[in-house]
Design a protein around this ligand. Structure first.
Ligand SMILES: Nc1ncnc2c1ncn2[C@@H]1O[C@H](COP(=O)(O)OP(=O)(O)OP(=O)(O)O)[C@@H](O)[C@H]1O
Length: 247
């Protein structure tokens, strides 16, 4: 079973304890709502699980993944993909930004080509492919970031407030793509300080409150699935490249 296991986790900034947790399991197939007030530490926890940030204390193990290359000292990097709240985009076309992390030979594989086409369709980016990505609106940037993740189909994906500041239509597109990833077996950790349509996809909840992370399994997922589905720097980008090379 592919999973990340965190034990005796503690995060402090100077003398301020942000959160502690005895045990956290994030497994492929899990769909978890990470809940907590603004500033409670949701983004920090995701960055720790992505291997981008080091906790003050505790151990995080990646289990069930293929062994990384010998030159990678940090075994956590590249395991779970972290989608930043404000995705970093290169100064290049939307099309370039969608595929830059994929080595050229991979882009020619039929299944990858298929996923690229699907992601363009689902994210409704077809008319923007040649536009410079730095000129996209906030909602379009998020759609592009989700489209990149969709192409890579990670085993574990962490989404940081993925629909904040989006209009209804963009929210629906992103919701549909995330639902598709869920049904394809990607483990999802979705941060949101409140319940919304997106968090209704989740069947577990992790809550950060009073500096403790508590978990509850088997929250009922009330999402009605797929019948309606039509057919920053650089932490994120480095990570995506590492993700590709690690898988
Ligand atoms: N490198 C750092 N040094 C000091 N404090 C930090 C650092 N990174 C984050 N913090 C602080 O830790 C707290 C938690 O930040 P974080 O971004 O993880 O919260 P969040 O729950 O994701 O918030 P939001 O819902 O507003 O996005 C904040 O008060 C933030 O200022």
């Amino acid at each position: 079973m592919i999973k990340l296991v965190a034990t005796d986790l503690k995060m402090q900034f100077e003398h301020r304890t942000l959160f502690e947790a005895k045990h956290l399991h994030f497994c492929q197939g899990d769909v978890v709502h990470l809940r907590g007030d603004n500033g409670s530490g949701k983004s920090t926890l995701m960055k720790i699980l992505a291997g981008i940030q080091t906790p003050t204390q505790g151990k995080i193990e990646a289990q069930g993944f293929q062994p990384g290359p010998w030159w990678r000292s940090d075994s956590l990097l590249g395991k779970a993909l972290y989608l930043h709240q404000h995705p970093y985009l290169y100064d290049g076309s939307v099309e370039y930004n969608m595929t830059y992390a994929l080595p050229a030979p991979l882009r020619e594989q039929p299944d990858i080509k298929q996923r690229i086409s699907e992601s363009i369709l689902h994210a409704e980016l077809g008319h923007l492919l040649q536009q410079n990505a730095t000129l996209l609106s906030g909602g379009e940037r998020q759609r592009l970031a989700i489209a990149r993740a969709y192409i890579m189909q990670p085993k574990l994906l962490m989404l940081d407030e993925p629909t904040s500041n989006m209009d209804k239509d963009s929210q629906q597109l992103v919701l549909n793509m995330i639902a598709k990833l869920k049904h394809q077996g990607t483990g999802l950790l979705i941060s949101s300080h409140q319940s919304c349509e997106l968090t209704q996809l989740c069947h577990q909840e992790w809550k950060i409150a009073q500096q403790q992370i508590t978990t509850s399994a088997n929250v009922t997922s009330s999402y009605q699935p797929l019948s309606t589905i039509a057919s920053s720097q650089s932490e994120q980008t480095k990570q995506e490249q590492q993700y590709v090379s690690a898988n």
